[in-house]
Structure formats: C-alpha cells, structure tokens
Design a protein. Sequence first.
Length: 349
Amino acid sequence: MYTREIQAPRGSPVENGKPLTGTWDKAFAQVNLLDIRRPYTLPLPPWLRDQRIKEWESFSVQDERFILEAFLGNFKLFRIAQVFVYGKENGEQYAFRKYLPGGNWKLPQRLAHASVECRSSRFFFRIHTWLNADTVKLELDIAAARKQPSLAAHLDFNMRSQEVTPAAVSLNFTEARSMYAFKALAPVRGDIVLDGQRLSLEAARCSGLFRDYKGFFPYRMRGVYCGGMGFDEEGRRFGFHIAENQAKENRENNENALWINGSLTPLPPVLITMPNGLESDWVIQDVDGMVDLVFTPKKLNRYGSRILLTNGDFFISMGYYNGMLVSANEERIQLRNHWGIGEKLYLRV
C-alpha cells in the first residue's frame, strides 16, 4: 500500500537557498520562493525572477444545493478573478470573471494573518487567511450585469486543528525550481445571496476546500485538477483533491490528498485520461489500488486568455464522481454520484 512521509513542521519550503521537497501537515510560516538561490542558469535580477512565479488561491464550497468555485490568480502580466455557481437541483450555472493588469500586486506569503483583494466599481473579491485565528474568510460582492445576476457571499472556513489536518507540499520541477501547495478540507458556514435569493450555509452540512499555490511553473504550464467532497454513509465529512502536474518525482512527493473527518491520507500519483474527450467521462486511477474514480462532467466551461504575449486555455466542469478511494488505514470510501469539479489548464506566460 502506498505511503508518504509526513515531515515535521518547517518555517519555509526554502532553506539555505535550496527548495525542500516533501509533505507536511502544517502551514509554512512564510513562502518566499525568491529565497531560492539562482533558480535559473543565468543570474537574473530579483524583479525578473519574480515575474516567473505564478500564484493563486482558490475555493470549492458545496452543500446539497449548490457548488461554488472561486479563484484569484496572479500571473504577473495579468490577474484573474473568477467565480462559478452551479445549482444542483435546477442545473443553472453562473460565471463571473474579471481580468486585471498585473503591476506589483502579489498574493500573501503568509497564511497566519494576511489578506488580499481584487476590487473594481462592480466587482469585489477578498480573501482573509487567518490561521492564527483558525479561519479563512472569502467575501464576494459582484454587481448584476446584462447576462448575469448579482452575487454576494461571506464564507468562513473553520480551520481548527480538531476539524482540519491540512496538507502542505513542496515539489521540484528542477533541482532549483519548485512549486508549493497548501490544501485543506474544512466545515464552512456563511451566506450566499444570488439574484436576491439568500442561502444560509450550516457548517454541519457544508464543506469547502481551500488551496494556495505558488511556483516557478514552466513557461508552458499544463495541469489537470480533480476534487470532490461530501458525506459518506456514516455521516462523516470527506473530500479529496488530486492533480496531474509537471513536477518531478511525483511518486515520492506529490500533492494528492484525501480527508476523512479531518484526518489526512496522502494519495499516490494518478493517471487522468479522457478517452472520449473533455465532455465525456474522465478516468482517474493509480497503480496502488487506492484511487479508482470516474468523473462525469455535467456542463463544460471553456474560456481563453490572449493578453499581450500570453496564451491560455482553461476548462472547468461541475459534475459527479463515482468509484472508490482507500484511506491510510485501508478503509474503502465508496463514491456514488458525489459532486465535485474537474479542471484542465494550459497557460503560456
């Protein structure tokens, strides 16, 4: 059975100018990839090295009525803020998106107590990561437009250690270039107001995945991301997040994780195939017998970005998962029409 070492907490994923590799169950005190000594062969100045770092924070939130996906990304030449809301009962979907120029804007290097926001006259997106107070907060206030309703939300992720065991990973693309990811499944409470209709979220029924990424990702960045959550037959909260990325040594070190009632199981690397295309079933399997899933998209969203010299294609779909996951204590978790998301991206920047 696959296992992966959970290392003792560290202050940073970079030590003595070199990136670490591994998995931890605590957030780093600070993540500054510019501390890496000479990530490129040429001795680039700090401002140019900083331009090569891509970073984002994202949220998946759902209960039995809806799915909300929110993403705030900094790709240096430009920024993206986007929100998707999908109604499980009626199949209605709304997409909200904002592109902004880059400048010197950055996501925080600390999760202990920091905030970041994307603000314009009709679009407000704010993230407050406050692990010192055991919470992460998401606030949205988006005005109505011709083809979409207004959206407002205030969501609180309960990050108390009794409820949550996060996964923090550091993975290498090369010996001197790395990526970092922090992921956590948590109970969520709050309110969503869509087109004047209010949904009150109860922590006992609503779950959320929070994700924080930074990395010297390749110039041509590719990735597939799959995640879902729900409650099993015994009423336990569970969730998973799985990725196929370009990092090296992805068997010894990868970002795949499963949570059951707050307990973390590191998962092995997987192969994600789409034999009949993006709009048909996605098959997600490993060689250790711990991951055997099929993701069935309900509605595929595709959008591209062509800004200056950049090129990007993003695909995101709400859908449902069927299959099986195995926890660290060899317990099988059966998934039968559990809702989640599938994402595929290509980015050249």
